[in-house]
Design a protein around this ligand. Structure first.
Ligand code: 26Q
Length: 837
């Protein structure tokens, strides 16, 4: 044992680390920067590149999180603290860049700015240098990141478990108006935020078969004889709470080859083959699937899910044992949240670990599994519910399939007793879909294996109970509850909108950052204060200029910061109806071509978002938007009043510039299709007014901000269903509405495609023959509503008042509120008195 082992952390801190590693003054930080530049980047200041400075700064900041991080980790692994720990299981964590957020949460922004200026560096340039970890597709992954921030801020000990993808979501280029995907090499220059835990590794079995045997005590048992094994290695990223002691961790697993298995058992004498095996093992954590809906039958995707779930549960068992608790206590120690069905194999894996590997009796293991797991559903789209073909499942996870059969047998037996003779009900609830090719229904596995099932907005939860999980609601209504999503005000206001933050703080103090729900409403009286309105408008104008600069840089398009900034940023999907926005643009274009009076509202309409690489229609929508943009922006008359921009590569980093610059937020999904939406909240927090349907969290946002401060249009979810039931015929709407007909005809004529009538035909045909997402049914109502928005914008002071009210009234959409609800209703975690509201 080295001598240091007996030294208390405080002594280590003062004796060996000293000020250079922990000091928060500008002096200490400046010294640390030079020190890190020297020791870690091997550079003298005069030779350092911008990236060298960025790395030196990142390590300097990371150093300053270590003490709290180690204390939190110790508290998770030690007996002394009795607190329950949250394990947030998610295949995606879309954290975005870490540097700025860390400075905000640690409260050292100004000192760092000062330190940098002493060494001749500029913070904004270094913030720009960070390559963001794009380890998620969109809403679901970003929600996980917001929840990690709130968990730490509320001092709830938590580990986010996921996958350390080597390649995150692709970078999007736009070439000739089309999306082109480029691999995201985010680890190219190293990742200063992570700490590799080479000693924390777990083996994960794959494939092969099972066999029964009798153990020493004569019990009949099963064992799994896998075909291959991979090893998961833990990579930890500290997650500091906002100005609190708690610094949680994001623990992401990287797949590597297991030395023993690949190199000794099978490949003796076959060096080349052994290396190939190694490569094959590592593919598991190689790349994030770029679809925001499941793709059928991709074995590697199932392997990814099982890989990270198995490592995570093994780690949780290890930590439980370190704490000296018995396995019987698992659910008292861990609250495990399943972020959609992607980690739902956890239900079968926990059963396998407890029963097969730790000889626990089935019933006991089942109680523990149900007590620990909670399942969050994020979709109502039937086609987006995860199902795995039985043969594929059996091949990769033979033991889990047996366990699922056993879970199912017991579940159905129980139902048979409760609902005698209702075989249809049993068939609908079964974990196995027997219609046609057999499938495992992952939402059913997650629902049966959890004590709580939640939707992500009030409407969504209600629809869940009536549609995709209707039968589960019938048999276990007590499991269902709603937790409306939220977003973290640290990243989405304090970090990305510093000027607005300063203004708010000047008037109501800075407590809003950690207590949005109670504090932000104090802005309300200021909504009619003309001086405040003026300051508010000035800041919005500044933010719009900053976005205009980004647009210029990325696209070459010049936009007018005085125009109404009308923004739709989100994944490109037919249900989100970016093409309804496009139809409106063409309509407006036609109107302006006929009569472009100087009066009236000028608009800049901005789109951003990625399409799944295999989603043909979504990619065609991007092409259409760019084609319309080209025509309009080149029209010498119309372009005075209207500009259209497709901002390429929308991601967390660019979104920091987008939300603060919006006047109007487009939330126009077909009612009943968007589970919640979270961009809607980010926009409103930054003072944008929403034009939207009664879908997802829009409903609650509208109730919060006041109906008069929200531009509502379109059918309700109920009306959508009714229209469909009546037999919806989009073509008759096309025939009866001349403005709509002119709009669609212009696309079909080849006007936006150099005369090519074929290019956009799939889009036009889809609208006229099926129109699955009912754009045409909502078209007129949308166009009229846009007109109301334009008219309202003409009165700038009134608009400013509404904008302020939007911000002031959306405090409840803080992820702190969501996490409080998860703690209270699902995880049964009591917050410290000081963290209660
Ligand atoms: C599943 C299996 C195979 C391949 C991919 C997937 C996959 C990956 C990502 C399926 C779905 C997703 C992402 C879904 C998502 O982001 N949903 C959004 O979640 C938000 C947070 O709750 C909601 O606000 C949005 O309404 C919802 O669309």
């Amino acid at each position: 044992m080295s001598k240091i082992a007996n030294v208390s952390p405080a002594e280590v801190h003062s004796n060996t680390l000293g000020n250079v590693r922990t000091g928060l003054s500008a002096d200490a930080i400046a010294e640390a920067l030079i020190n890190n530049l020297h020791c870690l980047q091997a550079k003298l200041p005069q030779h350092a590149t911008r990236n060298d400075w960025y790395m030196a700064l990142a390590y300097t900041i990371r150093d300053r999180m270590m003490e709290r991080y180690m204390a939190t980790v110790a508290s998770i692994a030690e007996t002394s603290t009795a607190a329950k720990v949250v394990a947030y299981l998610s295949a995606e964590f879309l954290t975005g860049p870490h540097l700025g957020n860390s400075l905000i949460n640690l409260g050292i922004w100004q000192n760092v700015e000062e330190a940098l200026s002493r060494v001749g560096q500029d913070l904004p340039l270094l913030l720009e240098q960070e390559e963001e970890p794009g380890l998620g597709n969109g809403g679901l992954g970003r929600l996980a990141a917001c929840y990690m921030d709130s968990l730490a801020t509320l001092n709830v000990p938590a580990i986010g478990y996921g996958i350390r993808y080597e390649f995150g979501i692709f970078d999007q280029l736009i070439r000739d108006g089309w999306q082109v995907e480029v691999t995201d090499k985010w680890l190219r220059f190293g990742n200063p935020w992570e700490i590799v835990r080479s000693e924390i590794t777990f083996d994960v079995k794959l494939g092969g078969r099972t066999e029964s045997y009798q153990d020493e005590e004569g019990r009949y048992r099963m064992r799994w004889l896998p075909e291959r094994m991979v090893k998961g290695v833990a990579y930890d990223t500290p997650v500091p709470g906002y100005r609190v002691p708690t610094t949680n961790l994001l623990r992401l697993w990287k797949a590597e080859a297991t030395e023993s298995f690949d190199f000794e058992a099978f490949n003796v004498g076959d060096y080349y083959g052994a290396v190939n095996e190694k490569v094959a093992s590592e593919t598991i954590s190689k790349v994030l699937y770029p679809n925001d809906e499941p793709e059928a039958g991709k074995q590697l995707r199932l392997a990814q899910q099982y890989f990270f779930v198995s490592c995570s549960l093994q780690d949780m068992l290890r930590l439980l044992q370190m704490r000296g608790e018995t396995l019987d206590e698992f659910h008292l120690y861990w609250a495990t949240q399943l972020n959609d069905t992607h980690p739902s194999i956890a239900v079968a894996e926990l059963m396998r670990l407890l029963v097969d590997e730790h000889t626990m009796e089935w019933d006991r293991a089942w109680t523990i599994t149900q007590q620990t797991c909670g399942y969050t559903n994020h979709t109502l789209l039937a086609e987006a519910l995860e199902r795995w073909p039985l043969p594929l499942f059996a091949k990769l996870l033979p033991r889990h399939l047996e366990i699922i059969y056993e879970i199912n047998r017991r579940f159905l037996d129980d139902l048979r007793r409760r609902y005698p003779g209702d075989d249809q009900l049993l068939g609908r609830l079964s974990l196995i879909d027997e219609a046609g090719d057999k499938h495992v229904r992952m939402a059913h596995l997650a629902s049966v294996g959890s004590h709580a099932i939640n939707g992500v907005a009030a409407l969504h939860t209600n629809l869940l109970k009536q549609t995709v999980l209707r039968d589960f609601y019938r048999v276990t209504p007590e499991k269902f509850l709603n937790v409306t999503n939220g977003v973290t005000p640290r990243r989405w206001v304090a970090l990305s909108n510093p000027k607005l933050s300063a203004l708010i703080t000047r008037h109501i103090g800075d407590r809003w950052i950690a207590n949005l729900e109670d504090e932000l409403q104090h802005l309300e009286p200021l909504a009619i204060d003309v001086d405040f309105q003026r300051d508010w408008q000035t800041i919005k104008a500044d933010n719009k200029r900053a976005l205009a600069d980004l647009i210029k840089e990325r696209t070459g398009i010049l936009v007018d910061p005085h125009s109404l900034f009308d923004i739709q940023v989100k994944r490109i999907h037919e249900y989100k109806r970016q093409h309804l926005n496009a139809l409106y643009l063409i309509t407006l274009y036609n109107k302006l071509r006929r009569n472009c009076s100087a009066a009236g509202t000028s608009r800049t309409v901005i789109f951003g978002g990625k399409a799944a690489p295999g989603y043909r229609m979504a990619k065609l929508i991007i092409k259409l938007i760019n084609a319309i943009a080209l025509t309009i922006n080149l029209d010498p008359v119309v372009s005075q009043r209207l500009k259209v921009v497709f901002l390429p590569d929308f991601n967390v980093k660019s979104s920091h510039r987008v939300y603060p610059a919006a006047d109007l937020s487009e939330q126009i999904s077909t009612a009943g299709k968007e589970a919640s939406g979270t961009g809607n909240m980010k926009f409103a927090m930054n003072g944008a007014l929403t034009i939207g349907t009664l879908d997802g969290a829009n409903v609650e946002i509208r109730d919060a901000v006041g109906h008069e401060n929200f531009f509502l249009f379109g059918l309700t979810a109920e009306e959508v269903e009714q229209r469909r039931a009546e037999g919806y015929t989009p073509h008759s709407l096309y025939v009866s509405n001349p403005e709509l007909r002119e709009t669609i005809d212009l696309i079909a004529s080849g006007f936006f495609s150099s005369g090519d009538r074929e290019l956009f035909r799939p889009l036009v045909d889809s609208l006229l023959t099926r129109d699955d997402y009912m754009l045409l049914a909502d078209y007129q109502s949308y166009v009229d509503c846009q007109q109301r928005a334009s008219d309202a914008y003409a009165n700038r002071n009134d608009w400013a008042r509404m904008s302020i009210l939007n911000t002031a009234r959306v405090g409840r959409f803080s992820s702190d509120r969501s996490i409080r609800e998860y703690c209270r209703d699902i995880w049964k975690i009591r917050l410290a008195a000081s963290d209660e509201r």
